[in-house]
Design a protein around this ligand. Structure first.
Ligand SMILES: Nc1ncnc2c1ncn2[C@@H]1O[C@H](COP(=O)(O)OP(=O)(O)OP(=O)(O)O)[C@@H](O)[C@H]1O
Length: 276
């Protein structure tokens, strides 16, 4: 078992993945996440963000390279041991599950229960806490089928919280949420990150939210990391032009970069095109 990257909560070395042998999506990616850090992964559609996150969570196995959690090669770790340390909220969840919110949240305790143990006593207290911090207590007896997309997303987040993870991976967690619930979720994660030291890795499309909340940003394009640094280092006019192909104005609010998209970068016509 490897003991690489002991200081990192998570680290990836030489990660490779492709859905078709001829065209790798991710080809030799290296990254590391420090304990207690909030890392944001950004990039255009199809740049490989979710694929990388799924490899970090061991939902898919890398076709090359390795992922280590606190220095241990995750390929050799027990699934339950991983689930006690790390959880991932995916972009979309199964929507046909006819169980109550509370039953779903109880599932988050499974990695902490012995095979003969039921979710009782202190485990039920954790379930209550998870429901409370995600504002789901009032909806706990409702079936998942009777929830809106945003409520369902919060129910799944409550399940992740009940797992009491040290590392939280989130793939576009705010997609279905209205702006108030988006901010509520980001503030909750900030609290978990700052007060409990939970390491957060989040894929985000809202770059202004990424700038406001993340300690560090990794920007991906075509399966590779093209920029890395603090939000101020990364979110510059050239970044928006080169990575997203847009013209943007960048302001600063209390030291946090805020961007305003102004238009698509116009491709200069080539001489050949002009001659037509
Ligand atoms: N199951 C699959 N089979 C084949 N190709 C896939 C599959 N899943 C993803 N891909 C392709 O892999 C590439 C990377 O996808 P991925 O979902 O990792 O990107 P992403 O950066 O998370 O995108 P988005 O911002 O749109 O969510 C895309 O070109 C996508 O079409």
């Amino acid at each position: 078992m490897s003991t690489m990257n002991k200081a990192s909560a998570l680290a990836a070395a030489g990660l490779k993945y492709g859905y078709h042998a001829s065209s790798p999506i991710v080809n030799g990616l290296n990254m590391q996440v420090s304990p207690g850090e909030w890392l944001g992964i950004v990039g255009p559609n199809g740049s490989g963000k979710s694929t990388v996150l799924r490899m970090l969570a061991r939902l898919v196995s890398p076709q090359g390279g390795m992922v280590t959690m606190e220095g241990k090669d995750m390929a050799f770790m027990d699934t339950k041991a991983i689930a006690r340390q790390m959880t991932m909220l995916t972009q979309t969840q199964e929507s046909s599950l006819d169980i109550t919110v509370r039953e779903l949240v109880r599932r988050g305790r499974n990695p902490h229960l012995k095979w003969y143990e039921e979710c009782r006593g202190k485990h039920e207290e954790v379930v209550d806490w998870a429901l409370q911090v995600t504002s789901m207590s009032e909806l706990q007896n409702r079936s998942l089928l009777e929830l809106s997309g945003g409520e369902r997303q919060r129910a799944w987040l409550a399940m992740c919280m009940a797992q009491t993870p040290r590392i939280l991976l989130l793939d576009e967690p705010t997609t279905y949420l209205d702006i108030a619930h988006q901010l509520e979720l980001m503030e909750l994660i900030r609290e978990l990150n700052r007060e409990q030291g939970i390491t957060v890795v989040m894929v985000l499309h809202d770059l202004n939210q990424a700038a406001r909340y993340c300690d560090r940003i990794i920007a991906m394009k075509q399966g590779a990391i093209v920029r890395e640094g603090t939000p101020t280092d990364v979110f510059r006019v050239e970044f928006f032009r080169e990575v997203f192909g847009i013209e943007a104005k960048v302001y600063h609010d209390d030291g946090v970069p805020v961007y305003l998209p102004c238009g698509i970068v116009q491709q200069k016509p080539t001489a050949a095109a002009a001659a037509i």
